[in-house]
Design a protein around this ligand. Structure first.
Ligand code: AMP
Length: 270
C-alpha cells in the first residue's frame, strides 16, 4: 500500500467481520466509487465479543467472501489471524466514553472498547484516506467518528445507509441463524421502528410515546424479546428529553438465541 500511496492513489478501507452479504456489498461499492484502491478487512475480533456471545459460532466463509469482494472490484483483502492482530497480551485499549453509555453499549460491556481498539489498529495498519461504516450499526459509526476526531486520525469516516431485505429486515450476517419462522418475525423490528418514525414526523415530541409505540408492536410478536428501544440524538447517541430535531430510533431484540439490532432516522417536519 505504501507504493500506491506514494503514487498518490487514494485508499479506502471497509472493516468487516466477514460472512459478507449485500449490506457489506454496498459499502464496497461506495469505497470503489470514492477511492483508487479498496481494501476490505475480514477479522472476527475476539475483543469485541462478550463471554456469553457468539464469537465461536460466528459464521466464517472466507472463500465466499473473497468471491463477493472480487465481484465488487475490491483490490485487497486483509484477513489476519488472531495471533497476527494480538501477538501478545495488549495493555492498550480505546474507550470512547459517553457515546458508549446507551443502546448496545449499555447491554454489551466492553463491546465498543473492543470495536474502537481494533478499528484504530486497522486504521493504523492500512492508513486509509477514507473508511466506510454502515448506519445499521449507528452507535458504532458514531463512536468511530468521535474516536477519529478526538485522536486526530487522518482517515475520513463515511456512513453508508442500511441495506434491507425486501420485507425491511436489515441485512446481517446473524440473519443466517434464524429459522424460517423466526425470519418472518424478524421483519417486525423494522416495521415497529418505522411506525415510530411516522409518529415523530406527524408531530410526536415525547420520546416515551415513540418508544411505547415500538414496544407495543414488538410485544405483539411472540418470537421477539425486546432488549432496548431508545430515542437518541444523532451525534452523541444520548437519550433526548424532547424530540425537537433529528433523532435516531434504535432497538435491539432477541429472537431465540439470535440478537438483532436496527435503527431509523426521524425528524419532526418543520
Ligand atoms: P460487520 O461485518 O457486521 O462488522 O459489518 C461490517 C460493516 O458493514 C459495518 O460498518 C456495518 O455497519 C456494515 N453493515 C453490516 N450490515 C449492513 C447493512 N445491512 N447495511 C449497511 N451496512 C451494513
Amino acid at each position: 500500500l505504501d507504493v500506491l500511496r506514494n503514487s498518490r492513489k487514494s485508499i479506502g478501507l471497509v472493516p468487516t467481520l466477514g460472512a459478507l452479504h449485500h449490506g457489506h456489498g454496498s459499502l464496497f461499492e461506495r469505497a470503489r466509487a470514492g477511492c483508487d484502491v479498496v481494501v476490505v478487512s475480514i477479522f472476527v475480533n475476539p475483543l469485541q465479543f462478550g463471554p456469553n456471545e457468539d464469537y465461536l459460532r460466528y459464521p466464517r466463509s472466507l472463500d465466499q467472501d473473497a468471491a463477493l469482494c472480487a465481484e465488487k472490484g475490491v483490490d485487497f483483502i486483509f484477513a489476519p489471524e488472531t495471533t497476527e492482530m494480538y501477538p501478545e497480551t495488549s495493555f492498550t485499549f480505546v474507550d470512547v466514553t459517553r457515546l458508549d453509555q446507551h443502546l448496545c453499549g449499555a447491554h454489551r460491556p466492553g463491546h465498543f472498547r473492543g470495536v474502537a481498539t481494533v478499528v484504530l489498529k486497522l486504521l493504523n495498519i492500512v492508513q486509509p484516506d477514507r473508511a466506510y461504516f454502515g448506519e445499521k450499526d449507528y452507535q458504532q459509526f458514531s463512536i468511530i467518528r468521535r474516536m477519529v476526531h478526538d485522536l486526530d486520525l487522518r482517515s475520513e469516516i463515511v456512513a453508508v445507509p442500511t441495506v434491507r431485505e425486501s420485507d425491511g429486515l436489515a441485512a446481517s450476517s446473524r440473519n443466517a441463524y434464524l429459522s424460517a419462522e423466526q425470519r418472518k418475525a424478524a421483519s417486525v423490528l423494522f416495521q415497529a421502528l418505522e411506525a415510530a418514525r411516522r409518529l415523530v414526523e406527524a408531530g410526536e415530541r415525547q420520546p416515551s410515546k415513540a418508544v411505547a409505540a415500538v414496544r407495543r408492536i414488538l410485544d405483539n410478536e411472540p418470537e421477539i424479546r425486546v432488549q432496548y428501544v431508545e430515542v437518541v440524538d444523532p451525534v452523541e447517541v444520548q437519550p433526548v428529553a424532547v424530540i425537537d430535531g433529528p433523532v435516531r430510533i434504535a432497538g435491539a431484540v432477541h429472537i431465540g438465541n439470535t440478537r438483532l439490532i436496527d435503527n431509523v432516522a426521524a425528524a419532526p417536519k418543520s
